[in-house]
Ligand binder design. Sequence first.
Ligand SMILES: CC(C)(COP(=O)(O)OP(=O)(O)OC[C@H]1O[C@@H](n2cnc3c(N)ncnc32)[C@H](O)[C@@H]1OP(=O)(O)O)[C@@H](O)C(=O)NCCC(=O)NCCS
Length: 380
Amino acid sequence: MADEVKRGLEGVVAATTKLSFIDGAAGILEYCGYNITDIARFATFEEVMYLLWYGRLPTQKELRAFSQKIRRERTIDSSVIRILQTCAKHIDAMDALRTAVSYLAQCDPDLSNNSAEANIRKGIRLAAKFPTIVAAFYRVKQGKKVIAPMLNLSSGANFLYMLRGTIPNEVEANAMETDFILTAEHELNASTFTTRVTVSTLSDLHSAICSGISTLKGPLHGGARAEVYKMLDKIQKPERAEAFIQRALKQGQKIMGFGHRVYKTYDPRAILFKETALALANFKKDKKWYMIATKVEDVVIKELVEKLGKPIYPNVDFYTGPVYKYLDIPSELTTAIFALGRIAGWVAHALEQYADNRLIRPNALYIGPHNLKYVPLEQR
Ligand SMILES: CC(C)(COP(=O)(O)OP(=O)(O)OC[C@H]1O[C@@H](n2cnc3c(N)ncnc32)[C@H](O)[C@@H]1OP(=O)(O)O)[C@@H](O)C(=O)NCCC(=O)NCCS
């Protein structure tokens, strides 16, 4: 009987999609038919958003117009900043982002319009404002002045600029842009699935995006990045990595940034993040974080793959650890940064779901008792 239940919905095909194709055994990921390696090497994040939302690559003219629309929407007004100032200082940037999206819903002229055109307009506004909100919340928490976005910078460069107040160099800007691109879309991952579930009730895009943010926050999903970052901080030196991982495995702990529900080999995004980490290490002339991460990877592969035969390889989150260290990203922003890329996929899936909707409502196998005699409250 238990066989009827697919725990964690593993292996269940719950939707058709034209957005991403994953071959978990071969380690292949495509966005709308384009290999992720080509996308990461040649496209910009804005181009990826266009591809996912319109289903094809834009012409130069189309991309120019689309980029312009997005960049014009980067600014947040003083009412949003006031909301961020009201948020408690101890909350995660994901909580602040979710709060801001809830607030932005009421300001959006298209709030209850679920047409594809309106949803793209809302998607543009949200995707453009996400980095501004996260950077502004961080600076408010630090007691620093909020920095307005620069419209002539790429998404990645602009985000780093709003965090730091200085324009990043090209290597750093490219690394941030690559992060957004690699994170943009990944089929029916947990947060995208919840986004689609919310859309399937014909609720609005802002509500669906709040569902996505809430689901991404957990440590088994986007929150794994924060755990990887903390792990690098604890290890501190490459020569300490082996003992640290051996101890964690002996204690039965999961190593964050490893393992995947779908990939049973190297996650292709991990390979690209690893290249990005190396590029930053070389640029900064500081191999420390890269060396710690590669040592952790070697030990996990040796212990789990080679000795135990478990297909536990680095996933998309693992090499964000050294990348964020080199970019001086504070650990408290690591999960929120995931959302800055993933909003592209959430909106794309919302568009797909609205276009061909059926309420998503699975069943549960009841395993509790039956026919219990109701005992009145005063007799219990
Ligand atoms: C991603 C993840 C949730 C997938 O979970 P899942 O498909 O439900 O797989 P399970 O948790 O059932 O793991 C299957 C087996 O591999 C082991 N395993 C999975 N991930 C592991 C990890 N990161 N470290 C050590 N062992 C791991 C489990 O202990 C389990 O072993 P068992 O069969 O001996 O009990 C899981 O790999 C994980 O928790 N990884 C760490 C968190 C993370 O990096 N998340 C980001 C994902 S992109």
